[in-house]
Design a protein around this ligand. Sequence first.
Ligand code: PCA
Length: 217
Amino acid sequence: MKPVPLILLTGFEPFGGEVINPSWEAVKNLDGELICRHRIKAIKLPCVFHDALSQLTEAIEYHQPALVLCVGQASGRSELTLERIGINIDDARIADNRGQQPIDEPVIAEGPAAYFATLPIKAMVRDLREAGIPAAVSNTAGTFVCNHVLYGMLHQLSQTPECRGGFLHIPLAPEQASRLPGTPSMALETVIHGLRLMLATAVTTATDIHESAGLTH
Ligand code: PCA
């Protein structure tokens, strides 16, 4: 019997003084689930430059997934945002969970300036919107640990094109946003539902749709 292909799904531990990170709160619910004949393996990454990436690298080598989706929290965003690009720069506004605050350092010395996500992000956004879930393509994952992990993962996967990878930023959970008036949030159940939908689209869509997600600013 052929082994069941695996989806590696990651969330982050809390950072920046928060007590939860909605990315891990959502992702942990899907551990072990089957989506379109793919088994989900969920792991939690530390919000620490380099450590997060080496744990992810090891997990990819160990599990040999068919697809990797990393998920992180993005305060201020109101939609599920699929990142288009990871850039080769660490420029931290705050310290990570180990007190590191790199400024203008490359993620990978001598690496290219950027990598594009290899998931069908536009088809994933379309299917989320059709299901009534606010979603968009994002053209920046920032310059903190999430971009670091996205860039490093795509650098690794550039050697194994049969495995596709991408990154999802999610809004704060309502209980986090309630302490920050005016900040958008999304219910955990909606994020979990969205994750199931977008993973099904990702594993069943080989080529992304040709539809504008362009911006004029
Ligand atoms: N969000 C941070 C890092 C961990 C997380 O959940 C970011 O956007 O870089």
